[in-house]
Design a protein around this ligand. Structure first.
Ligand code: 0A1
Ligand code: ZN
Length: 850
């Protein structure tokens, strides 16, 4: 593949296309190295912006091109096929082309490619142009009819099945769609099927297609799909709109899953689940991603994005919807804590480094590099804030107006916001700044008390981000509550709307000075800098009615404890140890919640905390002190651990909230218990467990304690035939390796016969785990930096998209000491100096270097 010269594209340059598409007929004659694609596209000129016919096309061999049946003069570049306006007929015309492509050699996994013997596609964002010549932009929507000719028995495309015979099948999608939602699959597959009756009484056939051998791992996904369909009807009033909904599991996929109209394609790791092979975390992820892709049918497909700068329009909203769904299916409190942990680990990290960007970026080179935590997760936080500000009723009214007004259109963030302005009569201009200002606001607060009045004075500021030095105040919904000294709540959940840099809010007529609970439910994506004394914190830990803030108080205690151990060598206070013990023993609290309280902040989180406080983090000290704290906890809690472990045996495996909560607590307890009993309990569980959560949990507990090599070998012997379980086997041993061993273990694993760099899941299992092992990644010899760079250089020519994403491992380089900084810079420069480096990776490395 030749590298194409990178080009920067700007939001401000958006212009409508010269031509709109009416209908598209495609015929695929599938063959591994010589697939023929015949297209027949009816175009109509866009009277508002006439000009040449501009079609995108990359890596295509053009065999013929005609307009209205006649050969045409055209220009061809490595990215486009252009027909001059003067050579075009007046009015609508039919463009026909035949091209040849080679799915088998397509290792980039964009366009049409092969995975484990099956044909499949990935067209978002700009993959359709690798299938045929087309105006590959989301504002061009057409009605597709597709004929597939294949030697393999299953042949699928978007929409409803229309006709089929021996070796062929035709599909018709009545809903106009942009090309990025096109999909085609053909393989020797089995379907796990079901049905759903929609709210207006229509029956929809549901199928999950998998390779032979995986058919017993589909039941959970199918149920999640049914639950999602019902939920979208009940909560958002949105009904499904085709006769059939198909999901296909593929092993080689760059991302989690894709919402192609009526034919979702999933990374097999995000749809297959069984008790024996999948952990509770996987079940939860499968449920969330099935919902996410299904919800895109309305937020993304029926109403899509005008251009790729508007990506957050569909992604932020759809993440918000899948989070609401998961909260309804499980526990809102636990889910919210998990969301915030994720947001801080990924999005705050991004927002505080060289890759910080607006939720709606203003320019990009490669749009694939903007499927980020900022677009997705901060995008979802914005929707949550909007809802808090205007209230539930106005939120759903606004959504309904948006759906009615824009169904069938490709729209912008302004259109979305306008719907809420129209239903509330409010001016949301200032609020909309969340889309155009990067960075995480810092929020601080002071309190004053006089004559029964409490005044809270908030101050906000956002540090500069690349290309944006001056920041303005954001609109912040700050949810608070006031609690009287006797523990009763005197002011329940109240949303304060902050719009200025500094702003005060007063509460009068209070009998006694209350304790303030601030930023309940994490009501805005900010870093709250609150000086809070130990007494107040202990009080909130005991009395706050907001579960998020109870957890947050415990989290702050754990962080302060670790920071003091690292920077001052101070041992943990009894305050912290006692509070943790009380929390763990409190059987009125959900086990899942207690498990979250027991989990220590990650090493990466501590590194960022130290950096924010002006200290250069020392990864070795962070690792050692965190390990030390684990040992202190194991010993301090020794008399309650065995009992907690026994009591939280969930019995027969059920992947529901209750069972998974118990197992989460039990596995967190086991990890400490293993430090006390030389691994006895963990070894026993490893041998007897009938589910992967406990089998992998026991193995992780052993490996984290520096034992478990025998179990690791027997895990391999038991599971070597299962690709997804083997990903865990690769990942676990690197994730928990001691800092000085991690790179070495990862390197050895790249020589293992089961390592396959072309499979993104396997590549991520090894290198994602290495990056996630903070001490190991930042080991003083720089071995991990070099190893990762070596492999990114090897992967780039095969799969630029996954390579570019993995470069994010280096985004925090400015936090560390001069030695580490220079070692990382050397590796980044080495990557950048690689001949023919892809545009994707070039853009990422250049941004990271700053
Ligand atoms: N729209 C999908 C994510 C996705 C994006 C890009 C892909 O390939 C370049 C694949 C999937 C989602 O949000 O689930
Ligand atoms: Zn999405």
């Amino acid at each position: 593949m030749t590298a194409l010269a990178p080009q920067t594209i700007f939001l401000k340059d958006y212009a409508e296309p010269h031509h709109w598409v009416d209908t598209v007929h495609l015929t695929f004659k599938l063959a591994p190295r010589a697939t023929r694609v015949m297209s027949k596209i009816v175009f109509k000129p866009n009277e508002a912006n006439t000009g040449d016919l501009i079609l995108n096309g990359e890596d295509l061999t053009l065999l013929s091109a005609r307009i209205n049946g006649a050969a045409i003069p055209h220009e061809q570049t490595d990215r486009h096929l252009i027909v001059k306006q003067a050579d075009l007929p007046d009015g609508p015309f039919t463009f026909e082309a035949e091209v040849e492509i080679s799915p088998e050699t397509n290792t980039a996994l964009e366009g049409l490619y092969m995975s484990s013997g099956m044909y499949c596609t990935q067209c978002e964002a700009e993959g359709f142009r690798k299938i045929t010549y087309y105006p590959d932009r989301p504002d061009v929507m057409g009605v597709f009819t597709v004929r597939v000719e294949s030697d393999l028995p299953v042949m699928l495309s978007n929409g409803n099945p229309q006709a089929s015979g021996e070796g062929w099948a035709e599909w018709h999608d009545p809903w106009p769609k942009p090309a990025y939602l096109f999909a085609l699959v053909s393989g020797d597959l089995l379907a796990h099927s079901g049905q759903f009756t929609t709210m207006s009484g229509k029956t929809v056939d549901l199928n999950i297609y998998v390779r032979k051998g995986d058919e017993d791992k589909c039941a959970f996904g199918l149920q999640a799909l049914i639950d999602s369909m019902r939920w979208d009807e009940q909560v958002y009033g949105r009904e499904y709109d085709l006769d059939i909904f198909n999901i296909v599991a593929v092993d080689d996929f760059n991302m989690g899953a894709m919402e192609n109209k009526g034919l979702n394609i999933f990374n097999s790791s995000c749809v297959l689940a069984s008790a024996e092979t999948s952990t509770d975390a996987t079940f939860e992820r499968v449920e969330g991603i099935i919902a996410h892709e299904y919800f895109h049918n309305w937020t993304g497909n029926r109403i899509t994005c005008r251009d790729w700068f508007q990506l957050c329009l569909k992604e932020g909203l759809t993440v918000y919807r899948d989070q609401m769904f998961s909260g309804d299916m499980r526990s809102h409190a636990v889910k919210r804590i998990e969301e915030v942990l994720q947001l801080r680990a990924r999005q705050f990290r991004e927002d505080n480094g060289p890759l910080a960007h607006n939720v709606r970026p203003e320019s990009f080179v490669e749009i694939n590099n903007f499927y980020t935590a900022t677009v997705y997760e901060k995008g979802a936080e914005i929707i949550g804030m909007l809802r808090r500000l205007i209230g539930d009723e106005a939120y759903y009214k606004g959504c309904n107006l948006y759906f009615e007004r824009h169904d069938g259109q490709a729209v912008t963030i302004e259109d979305w916001i306008k719907a809420f302005e129209d239903v509330t009569g409010r001016d949301l201009t200032h609020f909309q700044q969340w889309y155009s200002q990067a960075g995480t606001p810092r929020l601080s607060v002071t309190e004053s008390w006089a004559d029964g009045s409490l005044t809270l004075t908030f101050t906000q500021s956002t540090p500069p981000t690349p290309g944006q030095d001056d920041k303005r105040p954001q609109v912040l919904p700050i949810m608070i509550g006031l609690i009287a000294p006797d523990g009763s709540e005197v002011v329940p959940n109240t949303v304060l709307e902050m719009t200025e840099s500094t702003q005060s809010f007063t509460f009068d007529n209070l009998a006694e000075r209350p304790v303030t609970s601030i930023l309940r439910d994490f009501s805005a994506p900010v870093i709250l800098q609150r000086d809070i004394d130990a007494k107040t914190r202990a009080f909130l830990l005991a009395h706050d009615t907001d579960p998020f803030n109870v957890w947050e108080m415990g989290r702050m205690l754990a962080k302060d404890t670790l920071v003091a151990m690292i920077t001052e060598g101070t041992p943990p206070t009894t305050d912290y140890l006692d509070a943790l013990k009380t929390m763990l023993s409190d059987e009125t609290k959900d086990p899942a919640f207690r498990a979250l309280c027991l989990a220590l902040p990650s090493q990466d989180d501590i590194a960022q905390t130290l950096f924010d406080a002006g200290t250069t983090p020392d990864p070795m000290a962070i690792y050692e002190q965190r390990e030390e704290l684990r040992h202190i906890l194991a010993s301090f809690l020794q008399d309650i651990l065995p009992d907690l472990y026994d009591k939280n045996d969930a019995g027969a495996f059920k992947p529901d909230a209750e069972g998974s909560g118990k197992r989460a607590l039990r596995m967190a307890v086991l990890s400490l218990l293993t430090l006390n009993d030389q691994g006895k309990a963990a070894q026993k569980l490893f041998e007897t467990a009938d589910n992967m959560t406990e089998q992998a949990g026991a193995l992780m507990a052993l490996l984290s304690a520096g034992i478990g090599q025998e179990e690791l070998a027997s895990f391999y012997a038991q599971w070597f035939h299962d690709r997804l379980v083997m990903d865990k086997w690769f990942m676990m041993q690197i994730a928990v390796a001691a800092p000085l061993e991690a790179a070495h273990i990862a390197q050895n694993l790249t020589h293992h016969s089961d390592f396959d760099m072309k499979n993104p899941n396997r590549f991520r299992a090894v290198f994602g785990a290495l990056q996630g092992n903070h001490g190991g990644f930042h080991a003083p010899d720089g071995a991990a930096y070099k190893l990762l760079a070596d492999w990114l250089i090897k992967l780039d020519p095969l799969n630029p998209q996954t390579t570019a994403r993995m470069c994010g491992a280096f985004e925090t380089w400015k936090r560390y000491d001069a030695d580490r900084q220079s070692m990382i810079k050397d590796q980044l420069k080495r990557i950048l100096g690689t001949p023919n480096l892809s545009g994707d990776t070039t853009e990422m490395v250049t941004r990271i270097l700053g």
